[in-house]
Design a protein around this ligand. Sequence first.
Ligand code: HEM
Length: 408
Amino acid sequence: MQTLEKPDLDNLLSDEAINNPFEFYTKLRNENPVYWNERWNGWIVTGYEPVIAGYRDAERLSSDRFSGPFGKEILASKSDYEQLIHFLSRFFVWKDAPFHRQMRLLVNQAFTPRSVEALRPRVRELVRDLAGSLRGRDSVDFMSEFAFTLPVIVIAEFLGIPPEARFDVRDWSNDLAGVVFTAGNAEDRLKIGEQAMVKLVDFFRPIVRDRMKNPKDDLLTRLCQIEDNGLKLNEEEVIANAVLMVFAGHETTMNLLASGMVAFDRFPDQWDRLRADPSMVKSATEEILRFDGPIKGLGRWAKEPFEFFGCDIAQGDRMLLMQHAANRDPAAFENADTFDIGRFPNRHAAFGQGIHTCLGAPLARLELHEALEYFATHFDRVEVLNNELKYAKTIVARTITGLNLRFV
Ligand code: HEM
């Protein structure tokens, strides 16, 4: 096994790794695109080709959080975290075949491109309402006034969560972030995660029971009704999926909106380009996803020993597939560090690849397209006011901690 004596490159939570991941992971990629990190005790994959190969290799690389090395911490104190384990272990994103395949087939039926497209008029209306008051003010807290609020309302309405409960649900879902994104002290985050899960389940269970008897036109009802060859989601699975959707549906999209604004501030010529031709919102969205996507990387573990890009992977080894780094790999993208909203082709890895490819990608794209179109047709300039941008201390998510903007 190759070991590098470069402790600065081993600390994935150092200030440099968190606040300037591009330079940090470029250094790592230059050492080796598949790099053994002693401190994290696993492989850090930063090259485009191996990241894509890793995502596509669901045969040998497992996503199962509860049967491999990732589950040890939580399962060590099983009785303290009963609800957390019960429902997280039903998140199909953390399952392998055949369970994942069955769940994904069912959920695909509820989350169709058509059901997402039907949200467009409402998303447009929400963008207009939220962005209408942004222009001309000295400073706008972009996260709380727009980036946080839009995706929360959209996913809550799509699911069928009553308006008065949507911000409670969001808060509980945020409390799960420590567990899902493995940020912070282990004991605290598991405790907070357990409490949050209890609240989410207490909230969703009566609504799900009601939808089973009294169907409505919402995603929760569709999750209750979907059937494939006699297979259906049971009550626990509907609740777990609802929690997964709330979680997956807002934090990522929020960060994508924020990264987009930061990128346009750094590359004002690209902002002018978008303003001159707002039909570029689609390719601009793909470029924001590539240039500074909301998920830096995700974990897998090896079900069997195998050779991977010249490295000997042992059974049980952990692997971190860093799509953030892959998306800046000069071997895959010309001028990889340049933000170019007309980039084509743009085969970025921001939504993952293979069997777990993001289910909500069409929804995230729709929200970005609508927001960017409004901004490009209503604002001459967008300026970042923060002297320095700070990001949350997590390996997985690219979460900006505050963003003050001026819209001119
Ligand atoms: C910009 C926004 C988003 C990004 C960058 C993103 C990224 C990702 C990535 C990388 C994965 C793959 C996970 C893996 O391979 O382990 C994933 C899966 C998933 N995403 Fe997203 N996501 C976004 C928005 C959304 C939204 C809006 C939803 C809506 C509900 C959503 C729901 C899901 C679900 C349910 C999965 C699991 C799919 C499976 O395991 O088959 N995501 N997402």
